[in-house]
Design a protein around this ligand. Sequence first.
Ligand code: SF4
Ligand code: SF4
Length: 424
Amino acid sequence: MSTVFNWQLGRDMDFPYGAAYPDHQFAFIFNINRCIGCQSCTMACKSTWTFSKGQEYMWWNNVETKPYGGYPQHWDVKILDLLEKANPGGQTWDTKKPEDRKAPYGKFQGQTVFEAAKLNVSSEGAQKALGYLPTDEEWAGPNRFEDNPAGAAKGQKGKYFPGGETLPEHKTWFFYLARICNHCSYPACLAACPRNAIYKRPEDGIVLVDQERCRGYRKCMEACPYKKTLYRGTTRTTEKCVACFPRIEGRDPQGGGLPMQTRCMAACIGHIRLQGLVQLNPDGTWKEDRYNPLYYLIHVAKVALPLYPQFGTEPNGYYFPPRWVPRPYLRQMFGPGVDAAIERYVNPDRELLAVLQLFGKDSRICFRYEIKHGPKIFETEIHGKKFEQYNDTIIGYARDGTKIIETAIEEPIHVRDAKHANSI
Ligand code: SF4
Ligand code: SF4
């Protein structure tokens, strides 16, 4: 084991390989508050990458209904349970002294999947990452428990809260959790592969499986805590999300040579997704890039949080937590930054409101934004705090400086001529 620094945990941790980081890292943000569970992303991915024989049950992108849904079934509950058994009562955070960028959420005091694995010794030796291999049945339904909410009270099956729902927490609740491979900085799939078939690209941090080297031992499936490597029976190899790498490389003809967001991001009906390439420092922390939208949302506004950071893989998928969901559930899923993130999201300041407009506006990757100030158009109070809205304009630029987005906060209103009132 080597020692590497995991900024999401605010500390060093054990990892089977020494530290090595790409120049840029593929990363994305999903705003769960806006996901409508339409599965357009899922189908955009399926029709691009997994429509062939042997891939029938393979969903690189999936959207599951929490708290009961999961693909594979109960994947996160099972990993959390294994970690809890390995370190009973110890999976906690010290949030007293968060330091910017080196420990934005505080310091994780528990054990990661790599650290807890040392104790999990079988006849094959210790695991590289604590995990389990899902059964075939668990992979069978990507959308089981769709739209099933958690009930108002424990043990009262089928009973909803009768009093009407109000924020900050709904009594009867569910939410859609859209997921793809997180192209982790410390991939458990890569760590566990006995064939060294999994690699992380130095130019963009995308994690890929070399199909020539893979022998289908499924150690990656056992190790990935997010269960995002999938077995293909017809080739007897593992396949996974490839981050639509030809688009990232600017090879999709539609992008005119500019890097484009993945198919699932571009197809998103709810405009919940924003994907980019962020610059890294030699120690793996994010290079300060103040006007990159992902840098701003994750490191400055801190409204987007990693999914299960305590697993220790340093996932590069980030989420705006759903604001109506009970906080203990969200803290377990996104770490201790949840309360502050929701507070900022429900009452956004001028810059945050402008940056939120970048989601879903253009398929090309936005590397930088600037904001042109406009007049104040609205004022109110949100949860006891003053909220002011300005009609600012945000402009987004591609990697080569091409302007790809220009949009104002206030949407223009077009009044249809009375003589065309009923025509399309
Ligand atoms: S999410 Fe899983 S499959 Fe993807 S890079 Fe991380 S460990 Fe590997
Ligand atoms: S396309 Fe967007 S809104 Fe629809 S399910 Fe996927 S992430 Fe959610």
